[in-house]
Design a protein around this ligand. Structure first.
Ligand code: ATR
Length: 275
């Protein structure tokens, strides 16, 4: 049976085995997918040993940069992201590194939520690895502007500089922002601690602004609660992005695109019962 894994540390709470098992059932693909706790000090040897027999892997925290270095070749989007979340064994035995995170975000926004990004003013909160992975796919949708706001402004400046050749992208501090925008994407890890970046409610156009948190949890995240409280048009968490990045990885491995809606519904149910 073709073998796939997700590498991470920790990995116990990963949803990827459930998602890929459901994709395999739905598409009739015969494969095994399991969670793999990779050692913090020897990821490369561990992953290479798996690939003596394995066909593909997902990679999560904290190994995405190491997976980028391990890959024998890279897709253009992985190269831009500087990180790899999907490894694919090629026919010649070499390993291709891809990054499906940004494509998963854009697909969740545009297909699942019907958001048109073209011509929109997008504010991204945060300037870490998640933002680096999202910028090229977002800019490809031709927004009017993307502003990257970060606590450490230098990191926003660096990202804006790196991606400016792909479209209009500008750095900012949180406290420089006042005017309403069309879309706010929270990519800070603040949500994990139940915290919020210091942003003004005036960024929300009541009834209009689409607020998206890359994080998800069984309860509405701190950012989604903030968005709802200030009457945002929509407050959506990142569970759909998780499913869509997985669907894109599955497609790269198997050449079959699974339907994500029933899998997302199943995941949402499983989150709700595990509270
Ligand atoms: P990821 O890979 O998820 O993007 P990361 O690279 O560690 O994770 O980036 C985390 C992001 O969350 C950074 O933009 C970080 O801001 P700094 O660059 O200033 O550290 C941001 N962040 C984390 N906690 C935050 C908080 N409490 N308030 C605001 N921003 C926060």
């Amino acid at each position: 049976m073709d073998r796939y894994v997700v590498f991470g540390n920790p990995i116990g709470h990963s949803k990827s085995p459930l998602i890929h098992r459901l994709f395999a059932e739905q598409t009739g693909q015969a494969l095994e997918y399991s969670a793999s706790l990779a050692p913090l000090d020897d990821f490369t040897a561990f992953a290479k040993a798996f690939f003596q027999h394995g066909c593909g892997a997902n990679v999560t925290v904290p190994f995405k940069e190491q997976a980028y270095r391990l890959a024998d070749s890279l897709t253009a989007r992985a190269q831009r992201a500087g990180a790899v979340n999907t490894l694919i064994k090629q026919a010649d035995g070499s390993i291709l590194g891809d990054n499906t995170d940004g494509a998963g975000l854009v697909r969740d926004l545009t297909v699942n939520h019907g958001v048109i990004l073209k011509g929109k003013r997008i504010l991204i909160l945060g300037a870490g690895g998640a933002v680096r992975g999202a910028l090229q796919p977002l800019l490809a949708e031709q927004p009017e502007v993307i502003v990257i706001a970060n606590r450490t402004v230098e990191k926003a400046e660096q990202l804006a500089k790196e991606f400016s050749e792909l479209g209009p992208v500008f750095p900012s501090g949180f406290d420089w922002l006042e005017e309403p925008v069309d879309i706010i994407i929270n990519a800070t890890s603040a949500s994990l601690a139940g915290e919020l970046p210091p942003i003004l409610p005036s960024l929300i156009q009541p009834g209009e602004t689409f607020c998206y948190d890359m994080m998800y949890s069984s309860e509405p995240t701190a950012f989604c609660r903030w968005a709802t409280e200030h009457k945002a048009g929509y407050a959506v968490d990142g569970l759909g992005m998780l499913v869509e990045q997985a669907a894109e990885a599955f497609f790269q491995w198997r050449g079959v695109r699974p339907e994500s809606a029933p899998v997302l519904a199943e995941l949402r149910r499983s989150l709700a019962v595990k509270v």
